[in-house]
Design a protein around this ligand. Structure first.
Ligand code: NOJ
Length: 747
């Protein structure tokens, strides 16, 4: 039984303390600040985009006067070098610029989109991929990436769901921290490291209706329990910078949120880096109806704690005058400049001139390609495999390789591929031909020319190719441009004539394997029903082809698990596993669905619960779901700590058996439920997972240790509490399965 007392855990108190190096950096920053004019100080807070025409005279002049602190998107190494040269040798104080770029899932070597990386549930892999990207980007003249994005997203209509780690705060926090560590390495000053940027702070993924840039209403408790933890993890991992989000949150645009930027980020978490606004998100506060003009924008953002302004000119044009007029205290500007300079020193810009000797990278190294192949392989989720049609036999007589994405080297690179080159991409068609060692056994027909095309002229050829082959593998989905920023969708079915293509190929009666390449969950239940097997591959990047060929032909076994719930239909959104139970949970009630409703039925005869009459309440696939070519069974869930204090750890063991006939990797997931709370708690929350490789027939006992301190939430007074009382725990292969047990947190 729960008692009324609560156990307050100061789990999330800031623990940042300055080390010896930090003290040295702070001394150098202080010394430099005393030499700076107000103009030069404001200059450090200004970031501009690359200019057309290289280094125009007007830009040279601004650089010489110290009016610019950072640039983004200067991709021509010679120009970037010239800009740094002018800044360092011709400005009075020679403070180097920070050159930034969106290096989101690779620079030249493109790894799976972040949502795909999340499906691998592998922090080490994420870290290694970011390290490759950092080294390539640093070589090209960048010292700063605008990644990782860690916005929790529970709405696949939102195109930017592709850029994040999915719907769950526990998984997203681990991966966000890993990506920060990968970009930044052990030492920011290393020539291979670049500064990370935790974005978008905050609540951007909660945009109403999944429309990018739209309003977010997030109660503070939900914000703290679900949306903020990845950002806290990024601070703890040492993220050098933060970016505000475009949206307003509870009526205040993030770029003016003192609550987020001062109270949470600085005071509670002890963040020591700097905050950049998103692109024109400051000037857009005028459109939000929060600021009347650019002066007002500058006042509100500097007071809230935005240190650097991206692209819009509020600071550049008004901050100096506002300080001179006494509207803005110079101390606020000094604080912001300190934050920026601290990172410039820590990056080694003053000492090593990192990134100044820029050159475009050559083709990906063999090691980078090998890692990209592993990451792509592990990101793919097997959703269906009837009659074990997969893996295909390598001795198969012939394969029809169909679909608009079967041989497209660009679209499989996904959103935010800025610097990857299509000549590096190995397409599925090329990889399958190479794996089978013969082009003759592979018939290729795109069927439709590109994903949105309504042109059905090529479908007949695809049908013919399928008829003549033993199996049809269809590569369908979304082009890269259909997900990402500003690319929200109301319909999540297959675009263009792809549905017709799938149906036509299915009508041949040949075994049908669907490979879906997309930036988000699509609502493809009806088409999945027609396929014998489905691999959900996201946008896997440079090594798309080899990864998919390996999986299709059983060189590798799928191991990915969904980092986000798959809805049956758009009308079911938002649908996520960690929902509340409601007073009428559908699981407990007998329910009649639409086709079974008798004519003239009485209102109350169908069963009342939180569900839809037409599609019920289950998602198409739950969070955490993913099959393998082998099977895994969970048994003997034991709780070694049936009663534990909030300061102790929950210890749970379970026997995991590879019950199939081949080796495979399983992601075992631990979920808990706090049964009764002073605020209602989600039906399940992920609190741990392990990736385990087992031989056929092998059983291993897995032990999970979960600090009870991580089982809490923010109560009505916004205190983080672990409340005593009964909990349930499950360990299984997804958020809907696995044996269950109970334990109690005591006073
Ligand atoms: C706007 C996007 O929201 C942000 O994620 C990105 O880093 C900046 N533009 C810079 O390109």
């Amino acid at each position: 039984m729960r008692t009324s007392t609560t156990f307050l855990v100061l789990l999330f108190s800031a623990t940042v303390c300055a080390g010896a190096d930090d003290a040295d950096v702070d001394r150098r920053v202080a010394a430099l600040l005393t030499r700076m004019t107000l103009t030069e100080k404001v200059g450090q807070l200004v970031q501009i985009n690359r200019q057309t025409g290289g280094v125009p005279d007007a830009l040279k002049e601004r650089l010489r006067q110290g009016r610019i602190g950072s640039m983004l998107n200067e991709i021509t190494p010679a120009t970037s070098q010239e800009i740094q040269r002018i800044t360092v040798t011709e400005s009075r104080l020679g403070i180097p610029l920070l050159m930034g770029r969106d290096v989101i899932h690779g620079y030249r070597t493109i790894f799976p989109i972040p949502l795909g990386q999340a499906a691998a549930w592998d922090a080490d892999l994420v870290k290694k991929a970011a390290a490759v990207a950092a080294e390539e980007a640093a070589g090209a003249g960048f010292q700063w990436t605008f990644a990782p994005m860690m916005d929790i997203a529970r709405d696949p209509r939102w195109g930017r769901i592709a850029e994040g780690f999915g719907e769950d705060p526990h998984l997203a926090s681990l991966l966000a921290a890993a990506m920060v560590r990968g970009f930044q390495g052990d030492d920011l000053a290393s020539p291979k490291s670049i500064a990370a940027c935790a974005k978008h702070f905050a609540g951007y993924g909660a945009a109403e209706g999944g429309r990018d840039y739209d309003t977010a209403h997030i109660p503070e408790g939900l914000l703290r329990d679900v949306y903020l933890p990845p950002f806290k993890a990024a601070v703890d991992a040492g993220a050098a910078t933060f970016m505000t989000s475009f949206n307003e949150i509870n009526g205040v645009p993030s770029s003016a949120s003192e609550f987020l930027l001062r109270r949470v980020l600085r005071d509670e978490w002890g963040f020591k880096g700097f905050v950049v606004s998103d692109w024109e998100s400051m000037s857009e506060m005028i459109d939000h109806g929060f600021a009347k003009d650019l002066q007002d924008v500058a006042v509100k953002s500097i007071r809230a704690g935005v240190d650097m302004e991206m692209q819009s000119p509020a600071y550049a044009d008004h901050l100096e005058a506002l300080v001179k007029r006494g509207v803005v205290a110079e101390k606020l500007v000094d604080d912001a400049v300190r934050n920026v300079l601290r990172i410039k020193f820590r990056l080694g810009l003053f000492d090593t001139r990192k990134g100044f000797a820029a050159a475009l990278p050559g083709p990906p190294s063999p090691a980078a390609l090998a890692l990209a192949r592993t990451a792509a392989t592990k990101s793919v989720v097997l959703l269906k495999n009837d009659g074990k049609v997969l893996p295909l036999d390598r001795k198969v007589r012939s394969v029809a390789v169909i679909g608009p994405l079967a041989d497209d080297p660009y679209e499989v690179l996904g959103t935010w591929n800025r610097d990857g080159q299509i000549e590096d991409t190995v397409t599925p068609l090329a990889a399958i031909r190479s794996l089978l060692g013969s082009a003759d056994r592979v018939r290729h027909a795109p069927g439709v020319p590109y994903s949105r095309s309504r042109d059905k002229a090529g479908i007949a050829e695809a049908v013919e190719a399928s008829r003549q082959s033993d199996v049809a593998v269809l590569f369908v989905g979304e082009e890269a441009i259909l997900s990402g920023e500003a690319h929200s969708l109301a319909y999540l079915g297959l675009a263009g004539a792809q549905k017709d293509l799938v149906e036509a190929v299915e009508s041949t009666g040949k075994p049908l394997v669907l490979v879906v390449l997309a930036g988000r969950p699509l609502t493809l239940g009806d088409l999945f029903a027609k396929a014998d097997a489905v691999l959900y591959a996201w946008h896997p990047g440079t090594m798309t082809g080899p990864a998919l060929a390996d999986l299709l032909f059983g060189v590798e076994t799928p191991s990915g698990k969904l980092p986000v719930t798959f809805p049956k239909a758009e009308g079911q959104i938002p649908v996520y596993y960690a929902h509340k139970n409601t007073g009428r949970p559908p699981t407990k009630r007998k329910l009649t669905l639409i086709d079974d409703i008798p004519l003239r039925a009485r209102q109350s005869s169908l069963g009342d619960a939180a569900r839809y009459l037409d599609i019920g309440y289950e998602p198409l696939y739950p969070f955490g779901y993913g099959l393998s070519y082998t099977t895994f069974t969970y048994a003997n869930l034991r709780v070694a700590t049936p009663r534990l204090k909030a300061t102790e750890s929950l210890r749970v063991t379970v026997d995991l058996t590879n019950s199939g006939d081949r080796e495979g990797e399983e992601i075992a997931q631990l979920y808990v439920r706090d049964v009764v709370g002073s605020l209602t708690r989600p039906v399940k929350e992920l609190k741990g997972f392990q990736k385990v490789r087992l031989r056929a027939g092998e059983t291993r006992t897995l032990a999970f240790d979960v600090p009870a301190a991580s089982l809490g939430f923010h109560d009505q007074a916004m205190r983080y509490v672990v409340e005593p009382g009964e909990f349930r725990v499950w360990v299984g292969g997804d958020s809907r399965s696995g044996p269950e047990a109970g334990f109690e947190v005591t006073e």
